[in-house]
Design a protein around this ligand. Structure first.
Ligand SMILES: *Cc1c(COP(=O)(O)O)cnc(C)c1O
Length: 376
């Protein structure tokens, strides 16, 4: 561990506590722990194991590949694949006992055939598009589609029915979607169709609208302590670290980094960490898309340039906040350590802020669990 230069520390005990806190909040409702995107960057297998050990009933991933990976690692809990599958993936889905999301008759056919071939019943969840405009069948087609599944496909077990909210923070919008979903559940009920697992809520929705929990909730952000709320005590389980590998003092008027974007205004001591945009630093995912967003974006940058607002590109070394200077390079970044130059040495550890989901899988994940430290 000590010879790593950069690593993401992940405290599985905190993830366990977060899961327990969610479970306490939702009571008898089932919990699907979302572990897609490498568990939001924390590492899919250790997090999935931790979630199951602490009472998650279901796991959620985006792709068949992620599902197979979990199975090969020995995870036996139910795994729902959120994205719709291609017909040629049906056999893998069935063989590995993965639950697929159904939103077209072609995928139903493919899964049914694969299940027949394997002598199994394949679990599927039907997704309804109540407003997100992404995967799912439209509400007007639900009754007919469901009836078709029941009448024509004997190797399919329609275990679940779900929808996804597009703006869970907005109650009006979410209620509209939920009411539509509820009315479809009732319509099916009238036709004698009862599907055991109905689910709609993500983290924000499960926190804010307890009446929408139905049979199961799907939570990612809360598991990773990324949904600040007073309703549940969840904590951030991770911290990113990189060691200083080089120190140097530059004279006043010296350029720093690509594009000569920064020039020293005085004698400046710089420290280099081997962590750049390839590793996931300084990537901004948010692109302003409307006039208000553009104005906010410009204002933010203006205030930062005027020194009124603290810049985002800050790392902490020995408890002191230091700025990243100039452009972030592909695999390193230059930090201004002038204020602490007498205290820093090569090998000192800097605490970085990066979007966890953007941290490259090339960066080691170091886990803490019950007094044990390990890497995957
Ligand atoms: C990612 C995802 C979630 C989890 O959302 P959070 O806001 O992280 O809780 C739930 N459902 C589906 C379908 C998703 O794709």
């Amino acid at each position: 561990m000590t010879n790593l230069t950069s690593w993401l520390y992940v405290d599985l005990d905190i993830i366990a506590d977060n899961i327990k806190a969610i479970k306490e909040y939702i009571g008898p409702v089932k919990l699907l722990a979302v572990v897609k995107a490498d568990a939001y960057g924390h590492g899919i297998f250790p997090v999935a194991s931790c979630a199951v050990e602490n009472g998650a009933d279901y796991l959620g991933v985006s792709s068949v590949e992620e599902g197979i990976f979990l199975r090969k690692k020995g995870i036996i809990a139910p795994v729902l694949i959120f994205n719709t599958i291609l017909p040629e993936q049906a056999e893998d889905v069935v063989n590995f006992n993965l639950t697929s999301t159904i939103c077209s008759i072609e995928s139903v056919k493919a899964v049914d055939e694969a299940a027949k071939k394997c002598g199994k019943k394949a679990r599927v969840h039907l997704k309804i598009d109540t407003g997100m405009g992404r995967f799912g069948i439209l509400p007007k087609d639900v009754v007919e589609f469901t009836a078709k599944i029941y009448s024509g496909f004997n190797n399919i077990y329609l275990e679940g029915l779900y929808t996804h909210f597009s703006l869970a923070s907005n109650e009006g919008n979410t209620r509209k979607q939920f009411n539509l979903f509820s009315s479809l559940i009732n319509e099916l009920k009238k036709k004698g169709i009862e599907i055991p697992l109905k689910h709609a809520c993500n983290s924000t929705a499960l926190l804010n609208y307890k009446d929408m929990h139905l049979d199961m909730v799907r939570s990612g952000n809360l598991v990773y302590g990324m949904c600040p709320t007073s309703k549940i005590k969840t904590k951030n389980p991770s911290q990113l670290y990189s060691k200083i590998v080089f120190l140097k003092t530059l004279p006043k008027g010296h350029h720093v980094g690509y594009g000569n974007k920064f020039t020293t205004k005085k004698t400046t001591t710089i420290a280099i960490i081997p962590f750049g945009y390839y590793e996931g630093l300084g990537l901004t995912v948010h692109q302003p898309s409307n006039a208000v967003d553009v104005l906010k974006y410009l204002l933010k940058h203006l205030l930062t340039a005027l020194g009124i607002r603290k810049q985002d590109r800050i790392v902490t070394i020995k408890g002191v906040k230091c700025n990243i200077l100039g452009k972030i390079s592909m695999q390193n970044s230059i930090i201004d350590v002038t204020d602490i130059r007498d205290k820093v040495s090569i090998g000192d550890v800097a605490e970085l802020n990066a979007r966890r989901i953007n941290i490259s899988s090339s960066v080691a994940r170091v886990y803490h669990k019950e007094n044990r430290i390990f890497t995957e």
